[in-house]
Ligand binder design. Sequence first.
Ligand SMILES: [Fe+2]
Ligand SMILES: [Fe+2]
Length: 266
Amino acid sequence: MEIREFAERVLLSTELALKVNAISTEMTDDFPGEAVRVEEPNRPPNLQFAERRAAPRLPSPQSLIDPRKRAVAHHILANHELQALEVMAWTLLAFPDAPSEFRHGLARIMVDEQRHTRMHAERAAKLGVQFGDLPVNCYIWKKAMDFENVLDYLAGLPLVFEGRNLDHTIELETAFNAVGDTRSAHIMRAIHDDEIEHVRFGLEWLRKLKPEELSDWEAFEKHLHWPLRPEKARGEDFQRQARQQAGMTDEFIDRLESAEDTTHKS
Ligand SMILES: [Fe+2]
Ligand SMILES: [Fe+2]
């Protein structure tokens, strides 16, 4: 299948299975086509983006003792994974001139994001909530609409959203283990391990595509669009080793860890 066709299938299908089920054919990139910026992904009626306040917030770690709250958590996370997948598809359609090696790499990562979406959706269902039973937000998607080039994508999605997920996945693994839900904890660890590779991919391409005179950090900062900023690229429980595994320099990691919290401005 052509990468463009795969991206269109993920972004423009209204049926969830077509968006998130893996396809087994080889990917080709012979016809990347014209640049198209899709404003909103197509989704089934029960997964349309809702007002931010209509969607439930991530339940507190203490409340996860209640299986229903764990189901809500997986439902929210399934929507995060689905948005990441859709943003990647959007990027393939918006930037057809990006190097083919980058496009192939991104298409491979999308297969992981499809699997992550299915894992969370299946776990939510097992705990009593079908994916689509609750309102879902569009936070990640909306931020991606500010991306003007591939470097913006790299700074914003792999290095902020996937970067901070290196911390969130471990925080949630700990929280699920604390209430005895080892299956949910295992899902978080599996996603964490994949996320290291996704962040590595983002960093490697940032290095390849940035102007040589800019450091990794300068290129990262330069390509963030407010409200995305360095301190958004970390959670509570800072995972230094995972970032080292993803190829970040110690200097880059130190800067991330100490980036000033300016949340009061947002
Ligand atoms: Fe993911
Ligand atoms: Fe990812």
